[in-house]
Design a protein. Sequence first.
Length: 244
Amino acid sequence: MNESEPDIGRRYLQQTRYSRAGLGEKRTSFPRAEPYKDYPSASQRVKLKPEISRQAADLWECLRVRRSQRQYRDRPLSLAELTDLVWAAQGVTLAGRHYLLRTAPSAGALYPVETYLAAYRVEGLDSGIWHLNIPNFELELISVGDFRRVLVEAGIGQNFLGTAAAAFIWTGILNRAMWKYRERAIRYLFLDAGHICQNLMLAATALGLGCCPVGAFFDEEVERLIGVDGHDEVALYLAAVGPL
Ligand SMILES: Cc1cc2nc3c(=O)[nH]c(=O)nc-3n(C[C@H](O)[C@H](O)[C@H](O)COP(=O)(O)O)c2cc1C
């Protein structure tokens, strides 16, 4: 590689640094995207009730024993377990006038990360792709079917994506954050997703469930599976969950 011409990653980091000389390029502006996504024509909706099953767990012990788990038992997840996992990832904990503040922090409270679920073995949920509607805390069914094989293939053959009970799929809606932070927003998308996934992993640990984050996947195949365009909304991160 030509040393005078840094690679794209370094160039991105260099060009999106804040310094006392300025807060970066201001020439480009981006339209503001809607703060919430919903699927009015969803074929089913399942309201999640987060208070059903939450068990007490010691945070320090959860931090100590958390591991990425890739082997799961056959039993399905109960809807109560799934509800607690979804709540830990993206539950609303404070409703402000302009924001719905969540369990995980988000740069500028813009919440550009959307949560989808590929459910295979969850009691009370048909197999298919579901989307989390944040204001209603409900799951919206956006396509019905057993997508295990498709997800394993999209996950570059990582079989545990198909033996899990469900997989979380997180996307980023770029203009939800870029209208404010411009190109630097891309950094924040991944930071937001990391916070969300760690919440999920700690909750899984607290419930005695297994969870494994997945960053290796064919972006376009994941995006096709959930029906997003890969341009304004892009796949960021996945996580498999299942009983141990
Ligand atoms: C951003 C990120 C992407 C990851 N992608 C994968 C993956 O694609 N497949 C996988 O099996 N594990 C993946 N992992 C899990 C790591 O392999 C795991 O966190 C690491 O080995 C440390 O183990 P621990 O999580 O049990 O502490 C990923 C973890 C992170 C944070």
